[in-house]
Design a protein around this ligand. Sequence first.
Ligand SMILES: [Zn+2]
Length: 194
Amino acid sequence: MPKCSQCGKAAMFEVGGHALCLGCKAKVDQMWQAELAANVGALNFALGMAEAQVGLPGMFPRFSVPHPTIQQGPVSVNNITVSDSVVGAINTGQVRQIELAMDRIAQGGDQELALSIKEFAEAVLEEKQLETQKKDEILQYLSFITAQCASTKLARKPSIAHVVLDRVGQVVETAKDLAPLWMPLLLKLKTFFQ
Ligand SMILES: [Zn+2]
C-alpha cells in the first residue's frame, strides 16, 4: 500500500505526483477552495464596481462564492439554491442581495430567521403555479425585508415593512403551496418589526 508523502499514512489519492492520505488531500482541497473563493470574490467585486459606476446595483449576476467545507462555528447560512430551469428567468442579483442580508441576520444571532427566509425563497423560486413576474415581485419584497432585518434598529422602517409583508401575503395567496412556509415566517417577521 503506498504511503502519504506528507505524513506516512495509507495514501488514497495522487496530487501533483505525490501520494496523499485522506487528511492531507483534504488540506490541499481546502487551499484550492480558498484560492478559488478569493478569485471569485475579486470578480464579484469588479462586477459591483461596474454596477456602482452606472448606478444600477444588482444588475449583473454574481458567481456563487464556494464556502469552505471545513468551518467552525455559526458563520454562514447556505446559499439559496436555484435550479437550472429557474436561473435564467429570475433576477439573480436580487437573490444575491437576499443571501447577503441572510448572512448578516445569521451572524447577528438569528439563524432560525435566516433559515426560514432561505426556505421560503427557495420555495418561491421553485413554485410552479407562480408566473416569473410574481416570483420576481416576491423576491423584491424579500430583498427589502431581509435588508431591513439586517439593518440596525434605528435604520429600520417598520411601517413600510408591515405594508410589504401584507403585499407578500396577497401574492402568496395565488400559490397555495407557499402558505405553509409563509405563515410561520410572517409571524416571525411581524414580531421582528413590532
Ligand atoms: Zn497524509
